[in-house]
Design a protein around this ligand. Structure first.
Ligand code: BES
Ligand code: MN
Ligand code: ZN
Length: 474
């Protein structure tokens, strides 16, 4: 699907608020719309398509005062589905400000959701679904071609992340994830460095190595540098959890919860997707992506419940549970970000705890932070991107809970507050750098389609990371 500014096609898509006059319709069609009960309520639409019709699709946005960016996305997604169902290849979208949402933002949210409406992961299907909609004209003064292209790049970044998450671990393992990062980013001026097992050993990343030890697939440490300000300026460093599969290790997961664990690299995928959009748009801000990629498996070499492992920082860790592996890989990745990268801030993105899903459900990101100002800025951005972020506590009680008995720290503890104890563990390796931790265990994966998001990997929080970096440009 491509988008062309100001291009007029026969079929037009309009948004209307609830109770508004349907002025774009002919009198006859308006009477018909009223007759079938169309009032512009949210989630409803009225189409009049084909020969001798008005050739319009009208999407209801609901009450004007309740409209937010999500209302626009949902309506645009619906319009995309209507176009496809009616085999319409070209149409124009009439863009205007809606409620508190500016015309430019309405246009960009629409482009995003129209692209989502055509997204499907069918690489493994013998026959791919035909994509009907080819061209959309955007009729708007404020959402010009540059604004359209930005929305396309961000959404492409989101789809790159989804594709990576949706690819099963039989094909997506540390080496292929690293290759995908290189192929996606190298042409865009991002320097991608891949460290192999020997080099990871040289870096002394003992905690990371312990997790990957049980797998036939060797670990990879991936560093992606986008430095438009020059190498001497500090970067925002994005650290993504990169477990290409999490079986739980010797603390084996039950079959049902294991079945979706190809998605345990969703944090890494979001970092790659965000860097794609950031570099494509040429944002003027140094950004570095860091991923410790490995598989958590079982074998005679695998680490075991009760082991004590070291770390790049030197801290020793009692492994009470091999399924609390993400924090071990992140310990070394975050410590690397804090000590080997010129980081002004560190944001880690991780499918880290089931406890976070219990607390917040599968639509909200749980966040903890050493820098509450940074978190607030992220939440501000998230308000517009629709990727909800809710703060969880992190204080000395949680820091006390993870203290080790025979080693320095424990990777798993009783007593509840699992999302916060995991965060306290990560914090230990941040070396007091401004840091925010985003636990995406819930919203990174959708068991079923909802709103404008298909089932499977969701590509969260690519949009928020992109827009956060955009706001931090010099
Ligand atoms: N990858 C999981 C967390 C997860 C759970 C992600 C559900 C997505 C959906 C993580 O490695 C894990 O297994 N965490 C354990 C930690 C526990 C053993 C302390 C958990 O949450 O059960
Ligand atoms: Mn696990
Ligand atoms: Zn995991």
């Amino acid at each position: 699907m491509i988008f062309i500014s100001s291009k007029e096609f026969k079929v037009k898509i309009y948004y209307v608020t609830e109770g508004s006059d349907l002025i774009v319709l002919s009198d006859e069609t308006k009477a018909y719309a009223r007759q079938v009960g169309f009032e512009g309520k949210t989630g409803t639409s009225f189409s009049h398509l084909g020969p001798n019709t008005d050739n319009v699709i009208i999407m209801g946005l609901g009450k004007e005062e309740k409209i937010n960016t999500q209302s626009i996305r949902k309506a645009a997604f619906g319009a995309g589905k209507i176009l496809a169902a009616n085999r319409i290849r070209e149409a124009s979208l009439v863009v205007a400000a809606q409620g508190k949402i500016s015309e430019k933002s309405v246009g960009q949210c629409s482009v995003e959701a129209l692209l989502h409406s055509a997204y499907s992961f069918d690489r493994y299907k013998k026959e791919a679904k035909e994509k009907y909609v080819e061209t959309i004209g955007i009729l708007s003064d404020e959402c010009d071609q540059a604004a359209i292209d930005e929305a396309v790049d961000i959404t492409r970044g989101n789809h790159i992340a989804r594709d990576l998450v949706n690819t099963p671990s039989i094909d997506l393992y540390p080496e292929t994830l690293a290759r995908a990062a290189k192929e996606t980013l190298a042409g865009l001026g991002v320097k991608v460095t891949i460290y192999d097992k020997q080099q990871i050993q040289d870096l002394d990343m003992k905690a990371f190595l312990a997790v990957g030890e049980g797998s036939e697939k060797e670990p990879c440490f991936i560093v992606m540098e986008y430095l438009p300000e020059g190498a001497d300026k500090a970067a925002i460093t994005l650290v993504g959890k990169g477990l290409t599969y999490d079986s739980g290790g010797y603390a084996l997961k039950p079959a049902k919860s294991m079945a979706t664990m190809k998605s345990d690299m969703a944090g890494a995928a979001s970092v790659i997707g965000a860097l794609y959009a950031i570099a494509r748009q040429g944002l003027k801000k140094n950004v570095v992506g860091v991923v410790a990629a490995c598989e958590n498996m079982i074998s005679g070499r695998a680490y075991k419940n009760g082991d004590i492992v070291g770390s790049m920082k030197g801290t020793t860790i009692e492994v009470g549970n091999t399924d609390a592996e993400g924090r071990l890989t992140l310990a070394d990745a975050i410590y690397y970000a804090a000590t080997k990268v010129n980081s002004e801030a560190i944001i880690d993105i991780a499918t880290l705890t089931g406890a976070c899903v219990v607390a917040l459900g599968d639509k909200i990101i749980g966040a903890t932070a050493s820098d509450l100002g940074l978190l607030e800025k992220l939440q501000d951005v998230a308000e517009l991107t629709g990727e909800k972020i809710w703060q969880l506590p992190l204080d000395d009680d949680f820091r006390d809970m993870i203290k080790g008995d025979v080693g320095d720290l424990k990777n798993s503890v009783a007593g509840g507050g699992g999302a916060s104890t995991a965060a306290a563990f990560l914090e230990h390796f941040t070396e007091d750098k401004p840091w925010v931790h985003l636990d995406i265990a819930g919203p990174s994966w959708a068991d079923k389609a909802s709103g404008y998001i298909a089932a499977g990997g969701t590509g969260i929080p690519v949009k928020t990371l992109y827009n956060y970096v955009k706001r931090n440009q010099k």
